[in-house]
Structure formats: structure tokens, C-alpha cells
Write a protein that binds this ligand. Structure first.
Ligand SMILES: [Zn+2]
Length: 153
């Protein structure tokens, strides 16, 4: 959990409490592992949720993001950034089918069971079930903790 400093006047914040695993947004290996549980592929998701920045008729597939930032024809930005909000919503939808919460707080990903306000009466038994489920899905060394924090939206 990271605490965000500063204050943005026109945004709201919400607190969350999740029993589960947490990993940094840069941890691509972990993200790929987690996506494979619900048969999702990171490259496909990134492609689906990043639209081209310009609309020139050029062979985009042969241009990788690292090599080409700007369109050789119109000089506009060639690739738009990935719409992470939409991408994460699609991932979360898949995990809801497994009765798991997938969540991004702006810095880190979480996968587990939401025991926030709506689910405050969750039983210890359910926390144990969630722990067992995550260990089964992610392997023996999986560390399941109680994560609490706030995010802005
Ligand atoms: Zn262009």
C-alpha cells in the first residue's frame, strides 16, 4: 500500500480493504500469471485498449511502440496510451466470474476478496477460503495479506 500525497480538488477518494495478493504495476510477470488464470493475454489486451493516435493509412503492425512514437506521415503521436481504466474493468469482469476482486489503486494491483463496507460482515471462514483459492491458483509461495488503503477516482 502506498499513501498518495497531495490533494486534487475535484476528485473523490474511496477506501478499500482486500484479502489477497498485491503487486506493483511494473510487475509484468505477475500480471501475466494472473491474466492466464482467466485466459487473458496481456499483449491482446494492450492492443485492444490502445487506439492509434492518428488515422493515417499506414502499416501500424510493422511499427513497434518503442521504435515509432510519431507518425511518419502527419507527425502526430502514433500510438495512444493504453486505456488502463477500460482494460482493468475487463480483467475485473473476468475475475468476478471466479468470485474474486481484481483491483488497481493507481499504483498496485490487488487480487482477492473485497471486504470493504459492503462486505464488512465477511466471516473468517471466507477469508480462509479466499486464501486457499489464491494459493491454489498462484502456487505454494503465494503471500496472502489484508490490504487496506485509499484510492482517488
Ligand atoms: Zn498520421
Amino acid at each position: 500500500m502506498k499513501i498518495r500525497n497531495g490533494f486534487v480538488s475535484n476528485s473523490s477518494s474511496s477506501s478499500f480493504c482486500i484479502v489477497g495478493v498485491c503487486f506493483d504495476e511494473d510487475n509484468e510477470t505477475m500480471l501475466k500469471n494472473i491474466l492466464s488464470i482467466v485466459s487473458l493475454d496481456l499483449e491482446q489486451l494492450v492492443e485492444k485498449f490502445s487506439a492509434a493516435g492518428c488515422e493515417c493509412d499506414i502499416d501500424r503492425k510493422s511499427m513497434t511502440k518503442k521504435e515509432w512514437s510519431f507518425c511518419p506521415v502527419c507527425q502526430k503521436q502514433l500510438f495512444k496510451e493504453v486505456d488502463k481504466y477500460q482494460m482493468n474493468a475487463e480483467i475485473a469482469k473476468k475475475f468476478r466470474e471466479l468470485d474474486l476482486t481484481f483491483f488497481f489503486d493507481g499504483y498496485e494491483y490487488y487480487l482477492g476478496q473485497d471486504i470493504g463496507e459492503d462486505n464488512i460482515r465477511i466471516e473468517m471462514e471466507k477469508m480462509e477460503t479466499t486464501t486457499n483459492k489464491l494459493v491454489e491458483l498462484l502456487g505454494k509461495g503465494t503471500v496472502v495479506r489484508l490490504h487496506h488503503g485509499e484510492y482517488e477516482y
